[in-house]
Design a protein. Sequence first.
Length: 153
Amino acid sequence: MKQTLTVNNQAYEVDIEDINARPVIVHVDGVRFEVMPEKQNQASPKKEASAKTGSVPYKPNPTVVAAPSPNLALSGNSLTSPLPGTVVNLYVKAGDKVEAGQVVLVIEAMKMKNSIRSTYSGTISEVVVSEGQSVAHKQALIKFAVIGEASWM
């Protein structure tokens, strides 16, 4: 690979045999050199965008803006699906009081029925899913209004 490099305001015609080999074999004006790069992960210099192109200048540290998540599963007061599948039975409705460990619904996945138990004791404010609905992994199923002790069965 032939390149023209400028060192101390003098241009050199450089022929590089294999840039990925170590040491790198370089021929400069017919003279063979073995070059050992210090680091492979050095940042290459970037060209500045001209004002004529109308491009936005590069900002290395963009401002991060936190937005509330619309995902009910991240709100902390909901029961989420441990696996993808189809809701086949619902045993609770809004306003019901449940105990930790109580079966609240059944999800069928790969022809197997999985009983989903409440991880909290409390009052249900909303049942987000319905029978026959497909659910994704970690999708919110039930929202709790009042939460008692958590159960980590």
